[in-house]
Design a protein around this ligand. Structure first.
Ligand code: ADP
Length: 544
């Protein structure tokens, strides 16, 4: 028997409509590329998203047409999320830190017809434009006064486009599986692959982000700041979750240095912010150097790569709940919630921290199984490891226009193979052992590069560390540790080895420790192990 309930399609436009009507006066605050701080309300944002939608239609952008954005976090980018997706077109968010050749590849692969570009990236697009034959025009995300002279063909001014259009719209009711967003994986493990989000997946994902927020120990979703860029996996759903809940949104624009982040968090009273570990490590060092504290921040989301336990503990000691989550571009991204479960909140902090060091507990909606090398599903015992498979309403079912990559990572019976080696305990907490490709296999046994790095970063003079496998005649592979010292430190190899001695198994001890000024990072802020392996893991061991 079919239920007799309404079959109302889930559309992203309904989120902004709701916020404009019932939280219309709540602010969105942005640091702009032009310099000044911009503030307006959800009501005004909805009006401008409507203007953008009309402008796009006037340019001939119909349902299904891909429109790229190359932009920082800010109010105009927010309008693009809704203005493009709301009319059934597809907002393709591009990571400007990728290699220019890759950016050209993405725009051509996605067949983007318009590119919306922040002032910062106009020179980048000018250089690429001759290689982008199918792009019809470039919309520069600024006003007339700051509109630059540019060689971009058919360059349009964002504000001029909007000014001509009415600020109201009857958003079309789209079939809920209509695509609205496109984001390519950053290519840490190969060529970028496109993930095509739907209206349905974005709305359900946003609702899940809200649940995760509401179950925090320091419930704190009043003022949300995604430090994670809007070009990276929907800024972890914040631009959809915040209006859904009526939370104020804060965008940091082009500045990501610790002092600027601190300033924005403090001046806008941010209660929860989200970013990758390297951002939070930088902010922590800044707080320690300056003796400053974060007054308003109640919780912080961290994910994208492993958050070092020493960092989690340091923020917790400052009274900030650390929400360590796991996700991927392919999973929208949120699959776990790092908040402390209600039943653990009466335990002391040391006990709670044991859970928070893990990469969160799985949220409802994401189904998982962990599969060992023989293809057997392993138990949720918190110890047995295997590759994580996931499925759910906000997990990709295929890569966009890439049958070869799809065949490699999606199974015939409907699972996505993540390539991460994990264990899951009986409460759904997940421990990320490593990416399968980054594990170090020594004498037939696995060494987790993440565990080694976490142990090293716990040293007060270590700013960042990376462990990679180097070939070894007898053991097949052995670990090599690369370390970035904190400013002013003269830490040496022996001191690092001595520090690790009682923290890891004997056979995990790195064969060597190499000090470097900095580690190479991917466009999404992860240490690029691929680059390190190419540089250091020569066939006969360490490169000179
Ligand atoms: P890319 O695959 O291009 O690097 P993603 O942002 O999709 O870009 O990366 C997802 C990967 O990041 C996961 O497969 C996992 O290896 C890693 N990751 C994400 N969150 C965590 C976490 N909390 N701890 C450890 N690794 C993580």
């Amino acid at each position: 028997m079919r239920g007799l309930m309404m079959d109302v399609p889930l559309n992203v436009s309904s989120i902004l409509k709701h916020a404009a009507r019932f939280d219309g006066g709540v602010e969105i605050v942005s640091r702009t590329v032009e310099g000044p701080i911009h503030r307006y309300t959800y009501r005004e944002a909805a009006g401008r998203a409507a203007q953008l939608a009309h402008a796009l239609r006037a340019l001939g952008v119909e349902e299904g047409v891909r429109v790229a954005t190359v932009a920082w976090n800010g109010y105009r980018h927010f309008e693009c999320y809704y203005g493009i997706g709301g009319i059934g077109a597809v907002a393709h968010t591009i990571n400007p830190r990728l290699h220019p050749n890759q950016i050209a590849y993405l725009i051509n692969h996605a067949d983007d017809r318009y590119v919306f570009v922040d002032l910062t990236f106009v020179p980048l697009l000018e250089a690429l434009a001759p290689h982008l034959p199918r792009v019809r025009g470039y919309v520069i995300m600024t006003g007339e006064v700051t509109m630059p002279a540019t060689s971009l063909p058919n360059a349009l001014c964002y504000e001029t486009l909007l000014a001509k259009e009415p600020a109201t719209i009857a958003w079309p009711v789209l079939e809920e599986n209509t695509a609205c967003g496109l984001c390519y994986t950053s290519g840490t493990t190969g060529d970028p692959k496109g993930v095509l989000y739907s209206n349905r997946s974005q709305v359900l994902h946003a609702m899940s982000v809200c649940i995760a927020g509401a179950t925090r120990r320091n419930e704190s979703t009043g003022v949300m700041m995604p430090i994670v860029p809007m070009f990276h996996v929907n800024a972890w759903g914040y631009p959809f979750a915040a209006p859904l809940m009526g939370s104020k949104l804060v965008f940091g624009g082009p500045l990501h240095d610790p002092a600027s982040l601190y300033e924005m968090i403090e001046s806008e009273g941010v209660t929860t912010a989200a970013g990758v570990p390297v951002i939070w490590l930088g902010l922590l060092a800044y707080l320690e150097q300056t003796g400053k504290s974060l007054g308003s921040l109640r919780s912080m989301g961290v994910g994208g790569s492993a958050a070092p336990p020493s960092m989690i503990a340091a923020y917790e000691r400052r009274g900030i709940e650390v929400i360590h989550g796991w996700g991927m571009t392919e999973t929208s991204p949120v699959c776990t919630n790092g908040s402390v479960k209600a039943k653990h909140r009466s335990s002391d902090l040391t006990e709670q921290l044991k859970h928070q060091m893990k990469a969160g507990h799985l949220v409802f909606g994401v189904e998982t199984k962990v599969v060992d090398e023989e293809g057997h599903v392993v138990p949720d015992d918190g110890r047995t490891q295997g590759e994580l498979y996931v499925r759910g309403p906000w997990v990709a079912s295929a890569y966009y226009n890439n049958a070869e990559a799809t065949a490699g990572q999606f199974t015939d019976d409907g699972w996505f193979r993540t390539g991460d080696v994990v264990s899951i305990d009986d409460e759904g907490y997940i421990t990320i052992c490593d990416r399968a490709k980054d594990l170090i296999k020594s004498g037939g046994e696995w060494i987790s590069s993440i565990d080694l790095e976490n142990a090293a970063v716990a040293h007060p003079e270590v700013a960042e560390a990376a462990a990679i496998a180097i070939p070894h005649e007898k053991w097949a592979e052995r670990p090599l540790l690369l370390v970035v010292r904190r400013p002013g430190s003269s830490l040496d190899r022996d001191a690092v080895i001595a520090f690790l001695d009682d923290k890891i198994a004997k056979w995990w001890m790195p064969d060597d420790v190499i000090f470097v000024d900095e580690l190479p990072h991917t466009a999404t802020g992860k240490v690029s192990k691929r680059t390190l392996r190419a540089q250091y893991a020569q066939p006969n061991g360490v490169a000179p």
